[in-house]
Design a protein around this ligand. Structure first.
Ligand code: GA4
Length: 321
């Protein structure tokens, strides 16, 4: 969907506003990086077209997901509970949040995938093969976006951010969500409002609508699904790396489809647990423009995130007042 207006003054204007679409095959690199930075600043969410992930990689992952969620509940439970990884049903996190969905939460480390696949599929090699290929594809998209972000922000070291998710010890996660058809015929919130704690989220869903993103003014935009493309979302860690120039996007899933299940796949790109999350040196220039956040490691932030409710603004406790 094309962006109709970026500057918003009234509610009416907001309603006709869609999220930006960025064509990754654009030849003019500096124009492309400018567009990415602008989309991150203004929306924190955008769609990318002409990515290089083969369709076959996406459909294999989709088939494996559909096959798993079609199993009887007893069999799925064998892959749970998701503490911290595995199969989950309705419960989200550890503090009483619930949603109208079931999901698989997987660490992206291939050794972990090969172990967990045994409890998920009767053909663990086929499952882990599909998951690993999908992760490689989504990670590629995330790295490309992060390299464009860095270029657009004028940061010297091109791989300053992408290296964090390419790192062997990266704490990135893959999540597959399965939402049942909404038989009540009343739109309902199936996954509550929140921002993602990581650096960047790469999301792809089937054709069933549901994702909504909040503008910086607090208005909800419905994001039309596009099964062949990816959606990029700014996470809390990227907000800190850019010293608040980008803001993590608050989003939720609202279900309206009475006939079909929604399935979405999210790759959450994160650094290693012991990595410090602090603004990129080129972004801050004390004393005029100091860091707005107290330094913390990704491990500390994750711990803090899991001690909060889903919708909490977890970054607040790390802000310099
Ligand atoms: C949101 C993004 C990812 O889905 C997730 C979620 C995690 C979970 O479902 O276990 C969290 C949530 C997410 C944010 C705050 C904490 C942790 C549930 C929750 C209440 C896997 C993640 O990393 O953070």
């Amino acid at each position: 969907m094309k962006m109709i207006r970026t500057k918003m003054k009234t509610k009416e204007e907001a309603i006709i506003m869609g999220i930006p679409t960025i064509d990754l095959s654009m030849e003019n690199r500096s124009e492309l990086s400018e567009k990415v930075v602008k989309a991150c600043e203004e929306f924190g969410i955008f769609k990318v077209e002409n990515h290089k992930v083969p369709l076959e990689v996406v459909s294999r992952m989709e088939e494996e997901g559909a096959e798993f969620f079609a199993k009887p509940s007893m069999e799925k439970q064998q892959a749970g509970p998701p503490n911290p990884f595995g199969y989950g049903c309705k419960n989200i996190g550890n503090n009483g949040d619930v949603g109208e969905l079931e999901y698989l939460l997987l660490h992206t480390n291939p050794l972990f995938i090969s172990q967990t696949s045994k409890t998920i599929s009767i053909d663990p090699n086929k499952f882990s093969g599909a998951v690993n290929d999908y992760i490689e594809g989504a990670k590629g998209v995330a790295c490309e976006i992060l390299e464009l972000v860095v270029e657009g922000l004028g940061v010297q070291h091109k791989f300053a951010l992408s290296n964090l998710i390419k790192h062997l010890q990266s704490d990135s996660v893959l999540r597959i969500n399965h939402y049942p058809p909404n038989i009540n015929n009343k739109p309902s919130i199936a996954f509550g409002e929140h921002s993602d704690p990581q650096i960047l989220t790469i999301m792809r869903s089937n054709h069933v609508t549901g994702l909504q993103a909040s503008t910086h003014h607090g208005l909800w935009i419905t994001v039309p699904p596009d099964p062949t493309q990816f959606f990029v979302m700014v996470g809390d860690a990227l907000q800190v790396f850019t010293n608040g120039r980008f803001r993590s996007v608050r989003h939720r899933v609202l279900l309206t489809n009475t006939m079909k299940a929604r399935m979405s796949m999210m790759y959450f790109g994160a650094p290693p647990l012991n990595w410090w999350i602090t603004p990129l040196p080129e972004i801050v220039s004390p004393p005029q423009n100091p860091s707005r956040y107290k330094p913390f490691t990704w491990g500390q932030y994750k711990k803090a995130a899991y001690s909060h409710r889903l919708g909490d603004c977890r970054l607040d406790q790390f802000k310099v007042h």
